[in-house]
Ligand binder design. Structure first.
Ligand SMILES: Nc1ncnc2c1ncn2[C@@H]1O[C@H](COP(=O)(O)OP(=O)(O)OP(=O)(O)O)[C@@H](O)[C@H]1O
Length: 435
């Protein structure tokens, strides 16, 4: 029987090699143990929040980071209310790699200014917020394109000590408030972009409700109905009734249908989601999805609904409308929607109510129908004094008399008053321009 141990033990090369092997294996075990220990420690000590670029809060968080960065720079430079140590820390953690975000702001006089915002660029940054250090890592995945924005897919990951995890909720709440406050006093117009809603252009200055002059008590009755609906969500919920209400404003062109809806949204502090049924690629499913995911506190606006589906088009339930693939039955189903508790207010407008299929405007889809016609004497007088002032009430009566027997739209009146801005007597003398 050959004694192997004797052979190996006498071999110095083998025992050294075996020793190295043992040490290597030991180190590998130690390294793996250390790595596992570090992972376990990290899981215990640290907590992260990842915000993907296709999430609505992504831009909010970037905006928050840029504000924090600007505030930190300002505080670190002025040192106001900062201890020496806090000041040193703030200077030490300033982001070193910034990216520019250009934004535009529309002012009340309609002018637009360009704003440049510095946001943390790709890479790791340290923020110091409410006594907490937060590592912010912004990563861009050039191999993945966000199909909605067509931009590279990005994530921002915030990491802090596990005990400070509550700071993430504070940051998100503050970021949302900052973002929404920028639109304070303005009406955001959304249009559909793929499966989601996107702001269209800049938030518009709110249009005053009293600037849209409808016939006596028409505006007041619609506003009261909408406010009553908004105030009674629980009533609908308790009765299991889908919490939605549809309005149809119909009448000749230029009678103030769209302007009124914009002014109504402004008075409610709501935004407007403009639904374009002819949008290329729009399908029944996407339409249904869009109506379900409309931003909170917004009015859905379906303009010139007669252009989408007239009686003639009902011959085929599945006739798709122009480039979009929305069918009439798809529109009806989308308007009925799922019985969600989310509030939904939809306004439709048309110049030709007689062309609409009764199924489209039956109660439950359209609950309130309001006719906005050409200017009545009441509207003519109110528009005249609104443009020229109450001191010209006498001239207003003369203008109403001059228009007697003629039917003009309020849009035409607006154009006439603009043409004679500061000359109410001219507006009367040139009244023949209106017919
Ligand atoms: N009743 C009104 N009061 C004040 N302005 C009005 C009124 N009606 C129309 N206008 C003015 O006329 C222009 C067109 O108004 P708007 O687009 O609201 O009309 P509309 O009824 O929606 O027209 P259309 O049916 O052709 O879409 C706007 O500039 C608006 O300010």
């Amino acid at each position: 029987m050959v004694d192997l141990s004797a052979i190996f033990s006498d071999n110095p090369y083998f025992s050294a090699g075996f020793g190295l092997l043992g040490v290597g294996a030991g180190l590998a075990v130690l390294r793996q143990g250390a790595r596992r220990g570090a992972d376990l420690l990290q899981r215990q000590l640290l907590v992260s929040m990842e915000v993907p670029s296709n999430d609505k809060s992504y831009q909010w968080v970037l905006g928050w980071l840029s504000r924090r960065g600007a505030a930190t720079i300002q505080a670190a430079e002025s040192g106001q209310g900062m201890s020496w140590m806090h000041r040193r820390i703030s200077r030490a953690v300033l982001p070193r790699h910034l990216a520019v975000q250009t934004s535009y702001k529309q002012h009340d006089n309609g002018s637009v200014s360009t704003n440049f915002t510095m946001v943390p660029g790709q890479g790791k940054h340290i923020f110091y917020y409410q006594g907490t250090f937060i590592q912010v890592e912004r990563q861009r995945n050039t191999k993945m394109i966000d199909i909605q924005s067509a931009a590279p897919f990005e994530t921002v990951t915030l990491t802090t000590l596990s005990r400070d995890r509550a700071v993430f909720s504070q940051i998100l709440a503050e970021a949302r408030t900052n973002a929404l406050s920028q639109n304070e006093g303005r009406t955001v117009l959304y249009t559909s972009f793929g499966p989601e809603w996107r702001p269209f252009g800049l938030p518009r200055k709110r249009r005053l409700l009293q600037s849209v002059i409808l016939d006596r008590n028409v505006s007041e009755s619609i506003v009261t109905d909408v406010q009553d609906f908004i105030a009674n969500g629980k009533w609908y919920d308790d009765r299991g009734i889908p919490y939605r209400r549809g309005y149809l404003l119909y009448g000749p062109p230029g009678s103030g249908k769209t302007s009124f809806i914009q002014a109504l949204a402004g008075s409610l502090g709501y935004n407007i989601c403009i639904l374009n049924l002819s949008e290329r690629g729009l399908t029944d499913d996407r339409l249904n999805h869009l109506l379900t995911v409309a931003p909170e506190r917004s009015l859905l606006l379906l303009e010139d609904v007669d252009a989408a589906f007239t009686r003639e088009r009902q011959q085929s339930e599945h006739a798709a409308y122009q480039q979009s693939m929305v069918t009439f039955s798809g529109l009806l189903n989308a308007l009925d929607g799922v019985a969600s508790s989310d509030e939904r207010i939809i306004f439709m407008t048309t110049n030709h109510i007689e062309r609409l299929d009764p199924a489209l405007i039956r109660p439950g889809r359209v609950d309130v129908k309001v006719y906005l016609g050409n200017a009545t004497p009441y509207q003519i007088r109110r528009m005249f004094t609104r443009f020229y002032g109450d001191e010209h009430a006498m001239l207003a009566d003369a203008f109403v008399q001059a228009l007697a027997g003629h039917s003009v739209s309020t849009a035409q009146l607006q154009g006439h008053f603009i043409a004679h801005k500061k000359a109410p007597q001219c507006a009367i003398d040139q009244v023949a321009d209106l017919f």
